[in-house]
Design a protein around this ligand. Structure first.
Ligand code: G3H
Ligand code: 13P
Ligand code: ZN
Length: 332
């Protein structure tokens, strides 16, 4: 058993309490590679922001869970080296799909876990979430649960259709499961294709898709029913069109990729939404920089030559999200 406290990590309880009071949201960035980890830490330190570094099943399959855990430990030490004596970094399991994986992560030094029972029948979701909570709380690890289903397809997370969270269920669910935060479905979805062209309108000037708005009425109804309870938004990449254009210009093919407009995420951050998950935007920033670099420097073959601009581009994106969208800067 390794406690996250020995690694210098923190759980999400205090982060969320402050974020709700302060009207901002904590960034939850997925990481799979050393460059993503470095860029996240550099951005968090530069902006003096708390940050959640999260690990998906796909990340564990790609990079190995043990390596990722040590990378998070390295992240804390790296933040200190960059001049932040008390970094607020949580290591979070993203979309845990069983009690066993949640337990394994808690035992290995994660400070926060998600049990995603959103595809299960309601009572089963409550029962397993409760079991995870009972185990996690013995070690002061915080637990995120999910009610409602997000559409979208990622490597390990997929659902054909979304079902908005039913506000009338959230009070019962949060009380009986004992979860510390609740991910809800109000129209966000995973991946770089959050809406089909049919669900959008088109900007006549740019020809770009304009997505439908998030269901803020449902969010506000949920806030009323569980005042002050931490709400989480998954699938919140905005799919920056400049990155999409760069990818397409240098040989990529991402037609009609579209995300959640940043103004809507900014608005959500001011509410009880206190954790916003961003993964795809990091993938886009990395891929755009690598494609551009290799197209402009065809003789380069040392990965450091193209991973350096990729890391810089991701850092720029993380800083932008923290400062201009979530508002979590200067909150340490
Ligand atoms: O929620 C999904 C995350 O973007 C993780 O995706 O399983 O492909 O790593 P992944
Ligand atoms: P995006 O695909 O919108 O980045 O969502 C990531 C996410 O929700 C991770 O859990
Ligand atoms: Zn997610």
């Amino acid at each position: 058993m390794t406690s996250y406290k020995e690694l210098g990590l923190v759980n999400t309880r205090e982060m969320f309490a402050k974020a709700i009071k302060g009207g901002y949201a904590i960034p939850a960035f997925n990481f799979n590679t050393m460059e993503q980890m470095q860029a996240i830490v550099q951005a968090a330190v530069e902006t003096k922001s708390p940050v959640i570094m999260q690990v998906s099943k796909g990340a564990r399959n790609y990079a190995n869970g043990t390596i990722l855990r040590y990378m998070a430990q390295g992240a804390v030490e790296y933040a200190k080296e960059l001049g932040c004596p008390n970094p607020q970094i949580a290591l979070h399991l993203d979309h845990g799909d069983s009690f066993e994986i949640c337990k394994e992560c808690i035992d290995n030094g994660f400070s926060s876990v998600m049990f995603d029972g959103s595809a299960l029948p309601y009572e089963e979701n409550i029962a397993i979430t409760k079991k995870v909570v009972e185990y996690a709380h013995q070690y002061d690890v915080t637990v995120e649960a999910e009610l409602g289903v997000l559409a979208g397809v990622e490597d390990e997370v997929s659902a054909a259709e979304s079902h908005y969270t039913r506000p009338e269920e959230v009070e019962d669910f949060s009380k009986r499961s004992g979860c510390d935060s609740l991910a809800i479905s109000i129209g966000t979805s995973h991946g770089a294709y959050k809406f089909t062209p049919e669900q959008c309108t088109r900007d006549p000037k740019t020809g770009k898709l304009v997505p439908p708005p998030l269901a803020f009425d449902i969010l506000h109804e949920i806030e009323k029913r569980i005042p002050g309870f931490p709400i989480v938004l998954h699938g919140s990449s905005s799919v920056p069109q400049d990155e999409v254009d760069t990818i397409n210009k240098f040989g990529g093919k991402l037609p009609d990729a579209v995300g959640i407009p940043e103004e809507q995420l900014r608005e959500a951050s001011k509410s009880a939404v206190c954790k916003i998950n961003i993964d795809s935007d990091s993938r886009l920033a990395m891929t755009a920089a690598i494609r551009k670099h290799l197209a402009e420097n065809p003789s380069h073959f040392d990965p450091r030559q193209y991973l350096k601009p990729a890391r810089e581009n991701m850092k720029k994106m993380y800083v932008h999200k923290i400062v201009n969208v979530l508002g979590s800067d200067n909150k340490l």
